[in-house]
Each structure stands twice: as structure tokens, then as C-alpha cells.
Design a protein around this ligand. Structure first.
Ligand SMILES: [Zn+2]
Length: 513
């Protein structure tokens, strides 16, 4: 006798409420009763003691998933627990994968983490995200219980959630594609959902180009043809009242999950449901988007796996020569963007532009295609050679690198080698606190000298697949590295340009939580 398929809290409440943590677990267990092949792992335990479920859709282990040759697609929701439609849509997708859409499992291994910021979720209140159109009974909060934004924690890994995600999902399962589900407010436009590939120019061009030129246009066309819905790259108008000035994207830094995945030579899709449409419509469009992503990866997965594997291999062959240190927004192309026609408000009327918070405007509800430049990419303004290896003496930094899945070695004997030390010229600490830090920016340059490093010094070679991430974390001038986050002193990092003989050993054992 087949067990009955469960309904989500959003569905049973007629979209007045979103699921609590316990309801998410109940839903998963009910699904498991209908399909004993499903496995549920815990990938982290939150500050408040909640275990975070990772649903493995099928009888897979990381080893058997790899051996199957199928692409692994990882869907994560609720990183910002005020943005709840991803959680509901991910649960609906899970239900489809055990019932109406089992066929999607033939070509893919799907992993689902429906409630990443579980502690934030349990702070549900109608007072949160009040500009959002439902659910009436409230949503959770953006931060976790430590007060950290998990979508700014990918590099420094200060939350148990991010450490678990990176070690137990991204490193252990090595998903080819990560899909990160959000909700956006901001400019008034004509898209029910916007999306983004990795935006860091330090990601492999082949990965980003395939996403921009093939994968995302395919998904966009499917959303239009099969669901009648308009979607496009995430962005905002430079000015709501002057759309011809342009549309621009958000950030290049890998503290954001989509950019972080790019540094790992993997594909990422950031999904942003439009918060001015109602809760049911947001869940629906996110659910449809997930289906079209799985269908597209089913179609292009083999090719995408080859692109990612080549990207890993090129690094092993020493082909990663230069990477960017500083970046600026740049024009991608001229496009037509769906603008919601807005007009200046008369005295005492209207509301401020929700994005720039300037000038009172009135929305007309009329959607108009407008030609404008799309500032949808970043370019490096300064680049630096990728060295053979980095050296430093900081156990906490070593631990962070290991949690990222990077091989860290320790010198077993004293070594005297030609190295470069970073000579700091200027060091500024941001006045404004951000994520409990005063971000550090340094200027200066590398200076060669012969140095003697004692046994026990940490050594990180860049001939490993995560070299892009190593560079970003350890270059003192990086805009999102361990110097930025006050973990490392810029003057305590050394680099070695070319291979030298050293006696060193990889630190064994998995890093602790
Ligand atoms: Zn968000």
C-alpha cells in the first residue's frame, strides 16, 4: 500500500503560512515513507542545536553518485529565512521527484537542503520583511542565531551552518550545480524571477560562458514557453524613473554563494523570486524554475561535467597563471529590459523608489520593454600571478582552508628557500562594522628574500583544483580573503613563485566543526 503524499504548510494554510522547522522534518519523513530509497543526512548542527537535513533523492553515497556518472544538482533554500518560497518550492520538488517526475532522477542525482538557516526560520513573525507580499502569518529573519548573514559567510566560515555546508555538501558531494533560492525586493520590473551565474571574473570563463550563453537562455526560454513567465538576469535599475540609464547586477565577491561556487570550478544559479508578487505566485515560479533547471541539466549535464573536469585539470597542469585582485562593474551588452513604468509622484503622494530610496514615485502597473545597457558583469582592474605555493604560520587560517576542502601541508623540517614577503604600505580598517568585523584593505607589494621557515610552518600548493579559492583566501590584497576578515595579518603571508624541494606532509583527518 503506497503511503499518501504530504502537503506543505503553505498549501494546507492556503498560503497564509510558511513551514516551521518541525513541519519541514515531518514532510521529509512522510516523503521517505513513500520512497525508502531516499536518504537523509545531517550536514550541520546550528548554534541552537537544530540538525540541518540534506535529502539525497535516491540510494546514493558521494562515491556511488560519482561512479554513476550522473551530474549532482544541489538545491538549497532558506539561507535568508525571511525569503521562504524556496523552502516551500524545494519541498514540492522533492514530492515531485518521488511521484509525478521520477523520470528526472534517471539523469541526475538531486540533493535538497530545504531549510539552511533553520534558526532564523524559527523566528517567524509578521513584523519581518513587511514590504513583501505575504505570507500573512510572517516569515523568519535574515541572520542565523549568531547574527551572521550566511550568504556573507562562504569565505570566513564563522557559522556552523556554513562550515557544514562547505565540508559536508560542497566538498563531500562536489555538486556540479548549486541552486540557491532567494526572494528580492528592489526595483519595479516585469520579471517574476531573476537569476545569476557566478559573477567573479576569477571563475573559469568556460563555466560562466556556458551558463550565460547556453544554460540560462535555455531555462529562460522554457519558463516563457511552458509557463508563460518572464525571467532574466538579476539586477536593478540605476534609476527607476530613468530606465535608459541601465540595469546592473550586484557583487563579484565570493562571500556570496554563487560566486563561491565559481571559485570551486562549478556551476551556480542564484534564484530570486520577485517579492512584489504574492506568496503563492512566488512559490509557483520558484517551483517551475527548479523543474526547468533539472530538465536543462538533464539535457546538458554530460557537457557541463566535461567543462568542470577540464577546469580542474587545467589547474593541475599549472595553467592558472593570473587571477584578479580588484574588480569593477562593467557593461555586458545592450538589452531590452521589462520596466514597470513609474512616474514622479505629486507633492505628498507616492513612495520612495524602493531600491535607491530617493525621489517619491508612483507605479503604474504597466510593463514596458526598454532598451538599456546591462551592467551585468565584472572585470578585473588589477591582476596578480598565481604562485606555486603560500606559506604562513596561523593555525586558525589553516583550519579554515581545510574546512574549504583545501589540502594544507606542514613543513616537516626547517626549509631555507627563495620566497616573497608582503610588504604593507597602507592598511585600512573599515569604520563601519560588518558581520562583526572591520574589513581590512591593504596596499603594498611582494619583496623577494631568502627565508628560513621552521618545521611546522603551513604550506599550501596551488596545483590543486581549488587553486582559485586558495588565491582568493590567501592573497593579502584580495577583496574577500582571510586578511579582509581579520584572520591573517598581511605581513605574515609568504609566497613561493616556483616549485622548490621541501619536506612537507598533508595534515590528515577531517577538520573539526
Ligand atoms: Zn536573499
Amino acid at each position: 500500500m503506497a503511503a499518501e503524499l504530504p502537503k506543505t504548510t503553505a498549501e494546507t494554510s492556503n498560503y497564509l503560512s510558511t513551514s516551521r522547522y518541525a513541519e519541514v522534518l515531518d514532510f521529509i519523513h512522510a516523503i521517505q515513507r513513500t520512497d525508502p530509497d531516499l536518504r537523509v543526512e545531517s550536514f550541520a548542527t546550528t548554534t541552537e542545536g537544530r540538525s540541518l537535513p540534506l535529502v539525497v533523492v535516491g540510494p546514493y553515497t558521494p562515491q556511488s553518485a560519482r561512479a554513476s556518472g550522473r551530474p549532482v544538482v544541489f538545491v538549497m533554500a532558506n539561507i535568508h529565512a525571511g525569503e521562504v518560497e524556496g523552502k516551500e518550492a524545494a519541498l514540492m520538488l522533492l514530492r515531485d521527484l518521488v511521484s509525478s517526475h521520477r523520470k528526472l532522477r534517471d539523469d541526475l542525482v538531486v540533493l535538497i537542503a530545504p531549510i539552511y538557516n533553520a534558526d532564523g526560520n524559527e523566528r517567524i513573525s509578521p513584523e519581518n520583511r513587511t514590504t513583501q507580499h505575504g505570507p500573512l502569518n510572517g516569515v523568519g529573519v535574515r541572520e542565523n542565531a549568531q547574527g551572521l548573514d550566511l550568504n556573507r559567510d562562504y569565505m570566513k566560515l564563522e557559522s556552523p551552518e556554513a562550515r557544514g555546508l562547505v565540508a559536508n555538501v560542497l566538498t563531500r558531494w562536489d555538486p556540479l550545480v548549486t541552486v540557491d533560492l532567494h526572494t528580492t525586493n528592489g526595483s519595479y520590473h516585469g520579471y517574476q524571477l531573476t537569476y545569476s551565474p557566478p559573477l567573479t571574473p576569477n571563475a573559469d570563463d568556460d563555466i560562466v560562458d556556458f551558463e550565460r550563453d547556453t544554460l540560462l537562455p535555455h531555462i529562460r526560454a522554457a519558463m516563457k514557453e511552458r509557463h508563460g513567465k518572464e525571467t532574466y538576469h538579476y539586477g536593478n535599475f540605476v534609476e527607476q524613473l530613468q530606465p535608459e540609464k541601465g540595469w546592473y547586477t550586484f557583487d563579484n565577491r565570493p562571500r556570496f554563494g554563487n560566486n563561491y561556487a565559481g571559485l570551486r570550478n562549478r556551476f551556480a544559479i542564484l534564484s530570486e523570486a520577485y517579492s512584489y508578487i504574492d506568496f503563492r505566485a512566488r512559490v509557483e515560479v520558484t517551483h517551475e524554475f527548479l523543474h526547468e533547471i533539472l530538465a536543462a541539466v538533464g539535457k546538458y549535464g554530460a557537457k557541463m561535467m566535461r567543462i568542470a573536469a577540464k577546469s580542474d585539470e587545467r589547474i593541475a597542469r599549472g595553467k592558472l597563471r593570473k587571477q584578479g585582485l580588484r574588480f569593477e562593474l562593467a557593461k555586458w551588452k545592450d538589452v531590452e529590459i521589462l520596466w514597470e513604468k513609474s512616474v514622479p509622484a505629486a507633492e505628498g503622494e507616492g513612495a520612495p523608489d524602493p531600491w535607491t530610496e530617493t525621489g517619491a514615485i508612483v507605479r503604474t502597473g504597466e510593463i514596458v520593454p526598454m532598451k538599456m545597457p546591462d551592467y551585468g558583469v565584472f572585470k578585473a582592474t588589477e591582476r596578480e600571478d598565481v604562485p606555486w605555493a603560500y606559506l604562513f604560520d596561523n593555525a586558525h587560517a589553516a583550519e579554515v582552508l581545510r574546512t574549504h576542502g583545501i589540502a594544507v601541508e606542514k613543513l616537516e623540517a626547517e626549509a631555507t628557500i627563495d620566497a616573497e614577503r608582503f610588504m604593507v604600505k597602507d592598511e585600512t580598517h573599515a569604520e563601519q562594522e560588518f558581520q562583526k568585523h572591520h574589513e581590512v584593505t591593504v596596499s603594498g607589494k611582494w619583496k623577494s628574500s631568502k627565508e628560513t621557515f621552521p618545521a611546522g610552518t603551513f604550506l599550501v600548493r596551488t596545483n590543486q583544483p581549488l587553486a582559485r579559492l586558495i588565491f582568493y583566501l590567501l592573497e593579502p590584497r584580495s577583496d574577500d580573503g582571510l586578511v579582509t576578515w581579520e584572520v591573517l595579518e598581511a605581513s605574515s603571508v609568504w609566497r613561493v613563485e616556483r616549485a622548490v624541494a621541501v619536506v612537507a606532509k598533508v595534515i590528515a583527518g577531517s577538520p573539526s566543526e
